[in-house]
Design a protein around this ligand. Structure first.
Ligand SMILES: [Zn+2]
Length: 71
């Protein structure tokens, strides 16, 4: 847990970690998924899907990565 995550958890409660773990980045190439929380981020009280450009840690593909909520 990093400082940012610690502060948000302290302010908003343990739901922050639970929700952030449900939001996952998904590689459009290999389907590798990792949660926002694992990446050191937070996502709370959000909805919808987003796409980002980034590098997949599993296959090295650089391109579109989906951010989806999947419990
Ligand atoms: Zn990948």
């Amino acid at each position: 847990m990093n400082v940012l995550q610690r502060i948000f958890t302290w302010l908003l409660g343990p739901g922050v970690e639970r929700e952030s773990r449900e939001w996952k980045y998904e590689c459009s190439q290999c389907g590798h998924r990792e949660s926002v929380w694992e990446r050191g981020g937070i996502r709370y009280k959000a909805s919808g899907e987003k796409s980002y450009r980034g590098r997949c840690p599993a296959c090295g593909h650089v391109g579109k990565r989906w951010l989806r909520r999947s419990p």
